[in-house]
Design a protein around this ligand. Structure first.
Ligand SMILES: Cc1cc2nc3c(=O)[nH]c(=O)nc-3n(C[C@H](O)[C@H](O)[C@H](O)COP(=O)(O)OP(=O)(O)OC[C@H]3O[C@@H](n4cnc5c(N)ncnc54)[C@H](O)[C@@H]3O)c2cc1C
Length: 460
């Protein structure tokens, strides 16, 4: 909802600024006059061309800004995972509006073929000194547009390319933005540089270009990066699916975290920083022999890299931790019952929330409420995290009631069962597999009494 609203406000702002400089009478009707001249059609084409171009570059600028992982955006958007979702959908929106822009450009051939060029407006003047760059800016814009479409398609069709090569390609996006910024500056009509549109577009291009250069320099998240050390590594359970528990020691610069937050963790140079939830409450593991605070990560071997971690990580190894990020705090509105739903490794933020409810834990900043937790696991009998979860729920204050749903025993959790089991307005905190999250999301859409908070474990 917040994402749709943020995109809507962004596009509305651009549209209003454009309306302020657009002619009062758009002059598009009739599209074709009785003599067969398409003066209205040509003007409509021009308006669509300009407005779609403004929407597209505006959304691209937003995408660039969101890629900076700015912590102050977490509060209005509801967490860094949501910042990334907005980044993704703003990118998709930029590609769709670029498609409209391209369609408007191409439509000149069709209008000409059907009605001729009578009534076609002349070329708009552009900024002084840039007239000579018109053709280069058009060609660059066209190539950048094709690449943008290809990048967005690859981002959405995850099966086309695995995460690692996609991430490598994705790093070229700032270059595409810079090419499209040049296209905009060189081709935007002179009149559009008047207030307020000129100031808005100027600010968007300047901020977007600065963000693009920042990303290209590899400085994203630099101020929140801390050089830590691996204190201990334990493989929890047997078999290839066994999660790895990594205890990290952080330097004095680490600002501390809140239960439910996550960090970007880089264990090896040359490997991207992976997001992992901090699966321990602040202060719950104490400090190491050097007095450095300890925190826990629980990593499930879900992909190529995480599968190798059990063998590759050693105590004493360096680790870069960037963060903390996120607002998955398990708290809800007054008068609402708290329901926590975890699936598989999605249990990690709840481990941290539960630890913060143990006797002797650091007092939380917010008032905590009783909660009912549903934990979905493949096989409860073989789940290495379950005994700890039982123990944490048993001692949690305020209390947390635990219901376990084991696939192997045919105990699947459904939104309908959740609804039947708990009446009244619910605050549902969900972290787990995409399918169950989508089912809860679809079901909550029809129920005014449900408020779903979802930590997204996929950033692509
Ligand atoms: C907010 C958040 C918290 C998470 N917490 C945990 C946790 O506590 N424990 C846990 O086991 N897993 C957690 N994950 C998932 C974990 O990040 C991925 O499973 C892991 O990065 C997979 O890496 P891979 O190279 O082995 O897998 P791949 O098969 O290469 O990738 C699988 C998927 O993991 C994600 N991913 C991979 N690399 C990155 C990266 N560098 N940056 C962002 N996303 C990436 C992508 O969505 C990708 O499609 C969390 C994810 C997010 C977004």
């Amino acid at each position: 909802m917040r994402i749709k609203m943020a995109m809507g406000i962004w596009l509305l702002g651009i549209t209003l600024a454009w309306l302020a400089v657009a002619p009062l009478d758009p002059g598009v009707l009739p599209l074709v006059d009785p003599q067969g001249a398409a003066a209205g059609g040509w003007l409509l084409r021009r308006h669509v061309l300009y407005l779609s171009g403004l929407w597209s570059i505006g959304l691209m600028s937003l995408t660039m800004l969101l890629a900076l992982r700015l912590p102050w955006l977490e509060r209005p958007l509801g967490g860094m995972d949501q910042v990334y979702r907005l980044h993704k959908w703003a990118g998709v929106g930029a590609a769709l509006t670029a498609l409209l822009h391209w369609g408007a450009k191409e439509s000149s051939g069709w209008i000409k073929a059907l009605w001729g060029t009578v009534g076609r407006p002349g070329r708009d003047a552009v900024l002084p000194g840039l007239t000579g760059f018109r053709d280069a800016a058009k060609d660059l814009g066209e190539w950048a547009f094709y690449l943008l479409l290809a990048m967005v398609a690859i981002a959405l069709l995850t099966r086309l390319l695995s995460y690692k090569p996609w991430r490598f390609l994705h790093r070229a996006m700032p270059l595409l933005f810079l090419a499209l910024a040049f296209h905009t500056v060189a081709l935007m009509p002179m009149d559009f540089w008047a207030l307020p549109l000129g100031a808005l577009v100027g600010a968007l291009l300047a901020l977007g270009s600065a963000a693009a250069l920042w990303s290209l320099a590899g400085w994203v998240g630099r101020a929140r990066r801390h050089a830590g050390r691996i204190h201990a590594v334990h493989v929890l359970g047997d078999g290839p699916q066994a999660p790895v528990e990594v205890i990290c020691a952080l330097p004095a610069s680490w600002p501390g975290h809140r239960p439910g937050q996550f960090a970007f963790v880089r264990f090896h140079r040359g490997e991207g920083a992976h997001p992992f939830t901090i699966a321990s409450a602040p202060g719950s593991l104490g400090t190491d022999e050097r007095g450095e605070p300890l925190l826990r990560l629980v990593i499930k071997p879900l992909g190529d890299y995480t599968r190798s971690l059990g063998q590759r990580l050693r105590a004493g190894q360096q680790v870069d931790i960037e963060g903390p990020y996120g607002r998955f705090d398990g708290q809800g509105g007054h008068g609402r019952r708290q329901v926590w739903v975890a699936g598989g490794v999605g249990v990690t933020p709840f481990l941290s929330l539960l630890e913060s409810r143990q006797p002797g834990a650091q007092p939380p900043r917010m008032r905590q409420q009783p909660a009912h937790m549903h934990y979905c696991t493949r096989d409860a009998a073989a789940d290495p995290l379950l005994p700890r979860l039982h123990q944490l729920c048993e001692h949690a204050r305020p209390p947390v009631t635990l219901t376990v749903h084991s696939d192997a025993q045919g105990q699947r959790l459904t939104p309908q069962a959740l609804e039947a089991g708990m009446a009244g307005p619910l605050d549902i905190w969900f972290c787990g597999p995409q399918g169950l999250g989508d089912a809860l999301h679809a079901h909550s859409g029809g129920l005014r009494s449900w408020r779903l908070h979802r930590e997204s474990f996929a950033m692509r």
